[in-house]
Design a protein around this ligand. Structure first.
Ligand code: B12
Ligand code: SF4
Ligand code: SF4
Length: 316
């Protein structure tokens, strides 16, 4: 059986609903030293798994034994205007977390593409999404799906950066794309200037321990007192460095994935919305959403910090 052509692969990914698709080679990362420096500087905070995964992250061929290439897809989760964080609400939830958890939704769609690859001759088609030692942004760049922006996001020139990156490691020797060589950030520094906690500490270097996304999702500690005034109203994740990016303003279009649509709850104008819930009620309402990662105690902590900050600083 002949492996699919690039055009056939893109057509199948598009049929499933992905915003873009390409193929990456698996040679060692040219940015391995940058990862080592980042980890050594303590930028990962308590995300110890990033230390444990570093060796495999730097050598993608070691991630799934037998794989020869990685199919990389972008899943668009852009919120329609009515579902975006607004200046009128008391606290904000990141756009990616307003509906069902992408780990379930997008993985199910990756499974469909993996099954198709098997039907086209693959003996190996292993999907990875977020949780795993995969350098997803680097592979997406290699697959020709965009460049690494100053905010460290992978930005597709026609889709923007409100995207999830999924990969399928396969034994098929698929034709790989040429990476997008052009850095389209130019002289822009909007994301750096807009970050409320000054988390973008050098060119394309993010100090996770200052990033609201880390502080409200990954960290189990109390919010650092010196950063609380700078939470800018964010109670789960943060979209600021994506919201201000001209490539999103010009090109991002609302997602067609119904599962990502915003749910009626939580009421982002009710500061007690999580205080009133029991653990069982929280699990019933948010168990299948990204908010489950912070948990009920985490969401109470986050809303308190968001309310103690100055929400008027963002969105503008
Ligand atoms: C840890 C992590 C975080 C941490 C740290 C983020 C960071 N920038 O490092 C925290 C919790 C802060 C975070 C936040 C968010 N995250 Co996150 N996160 C990850 C995770 C699990 C690992 C990233 C990692 O290894 N970071 C360490 C740094 C050093 O590595 P890196 O970001 O991959 O950068 C490398 C490449 O850029 C490469 N590189 C390639 N080309 C070039 C070119 C140049 C010039 C340079 C210097 C480097 C470079 O070198 C770097 C070092 O190895 C990935 C999933 C995955 N498996 O990769 C998701 C992931 C990066 N996150 C994602 C998302 C959506 C978010 C948020 C938008 C969520 C939100 N709304 O709150 C924010 C965005 C914040 C931001 N500006 O990055 C998406 C990003 C999709 C995209 N289009 O880029 C990913 C890919 C998950 C997914 N499967 O979709 N995240
Ligand atoms: S997600 Fe928010 S806090 Fe983190 S780097 Fe971007 S703007 Fe800064
Ligand atoms: S806001 Fe400007 S500098 Fe930041 S990622 Fe977008 S284009 Fe690049």
């Amino acid at each position: 059986m002949t492996p699919p052509t690039s055009a056939e692969l893109r057509a199948e990914a598009e049929r499933i609903g992905f915003a873009a698709c390409g193929v990456a080679t698996l040679e060692p990362s040219a940015h391995g030293d940058a990862l080592d420096r980042w980890l050594a500087a303590g930028r990962a905070g308590t995300m110890r798994y990033l230390h444990r995964q570093a060796a495999r992250r730097k050598a993608p061929a070691s991630i799934t034994p037998g794989a020869r290439t990685a199919v990389v897809v972008l899943e668009n989760y852009t919120a329609p205007p009515a579902e975006r964080a607004t200046a009128g609400e008391l606290f904000h939830i990141a756009a990616y977390a307003r509906g069902a958890d992408y780990h379930h939704v997008t993985l199910a769609r990756l499974d469909q593409l993996a099954a198709w690859l098997r039907s086209r001759g693959a003996a190996l088609a292993h999907p990875w999404l977020d949780a795993g030692p995969v350098p997803e942004r680097e592979l997406a760049r290699r697959a020709g799906l965009g460049w690494i922006g100053r905010n460290t996001m992978l930005i597709h020139p026609r889709v923007g950066s409100y995207t999830f990156i999924g990969t399928i490691f396969t034994d098929l020797d698929l034709p790989a794309a040429s990476p997008t060589a052009v850095d389209l950030c130019g002289s822009c520094t909007r994301c750096v200037d807009a970050c409320p906690t000054d988390a973008i500490v050098a060119d394309r270097v993010l100090d996770a321990t200052r990033c609201l996304s880390y502080l409200t999702i990954e960290s189990r500690a109390e919010p650092p007192a010196e950063l609380v005034p700078h939470y800018a109203g964010w109670a789960f994740g943060c979209d600021i460095c994506n919201d201000v990016c001209p490539w999103n303003i010009k090109f991002a279009r609302p997602t067609a994935v119904a599962a990502f649509a915003r749910r009626a709850a939580p009421d982002r104008n009710d500061p007690d919305t999580f205080e009133r819930l029991t653990e069982a009620e929280f699990a019933a309402r948010f168990g299948d959403t990204p908010l489950a990662r912070a948990g009920l105690a985490g969401m109470r902590r986050n809303v308190r910090a968001a309310m103690a900050s100055d929400p008027d600083r963002n969105p503008s």
